[in-house]
Design a protein around this ligand. Structure first.
Ligand SMILES: N[C@@H](CCC(=O)N[C@@H](CS)C(=O)NCC(=O)O)C(=O)O
Length: 216
C-alpha cells in the first residue's frame, strides 16, 4: 500500500531533500506538486512541503522529516547515534528551516520582485544572514559536521539552503570569505543521498546586486 503523497516545490530548500530521501531509500511515496488539485483541497494554506498519509495529514518540514525517516527500515544514522544527537539534529533542522530559510527569503525576494524592495531592508537581511551563518561556522570549528563527526539530516538539509543562497545572493567570492562553509558544503554535497542532485552544483560567479528588480 502506498505510504502517502508528498507535495513539493522542488526548487525550494524546504522541499528538495525530500525527493532525494524518498528516491534513495525507495520509499513508496508519491511525489506531487502544487498544481495537483488535491493539494489546495487538503492544505488550504498551500504551503510546501505537505504530506498526505493513508489517514492523516502533516505540514511543517520538520514533522514530515521525522515521519518519513521513521519509514526507513535500516538504522540509517540520519539523527546520529544518541538521544542528544537526535535533539541536536532537530535543533539544526529547525534553525535551518526558520532562521536561515526565512533570512534568505528576506534578502532574495525583494531582489526578484516577490516582496517590496528597499536597499536598507536587503542590507539588513544580508547582515542577519551572516549572523546565522556564523552559528553554523562556530559549530563547524568544533565538529566536522553539525552533529559530531558523521553527516546527519542536519547537514543534508542545511546544504539545501546554502545551495539556494548560492543560486542568487551569494557567490564564489562569498564562499572564499567562508572557507569552513565552502569545505563543508563541498563535502556534504557528495553524500550518496544527495550527490545525484547536488554533486555537480556550481555556485554563481557573481551574486545578484542589491538593486531593485529588473522591470521596476
Ligand atoms: N513552517 C513551514 C513553512 C512552509 C513554507 O512557508 N513553505 C514555503 C515554500 S519554502 C511556501 O509554501 N510558500 C508559499 C506560500 O506561503 O504561499 C515549514 O516549516 O514547513
Amino acid at each position: 500500500m502506498s505510504q502517502g503523497t508528498i507535495y513539493l516545490v522542488l526548487a525550494s530548500p524546504r522541499s528538495s531533500l525530500f525527493k532525494d530521501l524518498i528516491e534513495y531509500y525507495g520509499l513508496d511515496i508519491k511525489i506531487s506538486d502544487t498544481s495537483d488539485p488535491e493539494f489546495a483541497k487538503t492544505f488550504p494554506l498551500k504551503r510546501t512541503p505537505s504530506f498526505k498519509g493513508p489517514d492523516f495529514i502533516l505540514h511543517e518540514a520538520l514533522a514530515i522529516f521525522v515521519y518519513i525517516t521513521s519509514l526507513i527500515p535500516q538504522n540509517h544514522g540520519l539523527y546520529g547515534s544518541s538521544n542528544l544527537d537526535y535533539a541536536q539534529t532537530i535543533k539544526w533542522l529547525s534553525f535551518t528551516g526558520s532562521e536561515i530559510i526565512s533570512g534568505l527569503v528576506q534578502a532574495l525576494y525583494p531582489l526578484i520582485g516577490n516582496l517590496p524592495y528597499s536597499k536598507d531592508g536587503v542590507d539588513q537581511a544580508l547582515k542577519d544572514l551572516e549572523s546565522y551563518i556564523a552559528v553554523y561556522e562556530t559549530q563547524l570549528k568544533q565538529t566536522k559536521y553539525l552533529v559530531g563527526d558523521k553527516i546527519t539530516l542536519a547537514d543534508l538539509f542545511a546544504v539545501q539552503s546554502i545551495r539556494w543562497g548560492l543560486q542568487y545572493i551569494w557567490d564564489v567570492n562569498w564562499l572564499k570569505q567562508h572557507p569552513l562553509i565552502d569545505a563543508w558544503f563541498k563535502d556534504v554535497t557528495q553524500h550518496p543521498i544527495i550527490v545525484k542532485s547536488l554533486g555537480d552544483f556550481k555556485p554563481l560567479q557573481k551574486a545578484l546586486p542589491n538593486a531593485p528588480p529588473k522591470g521596476n
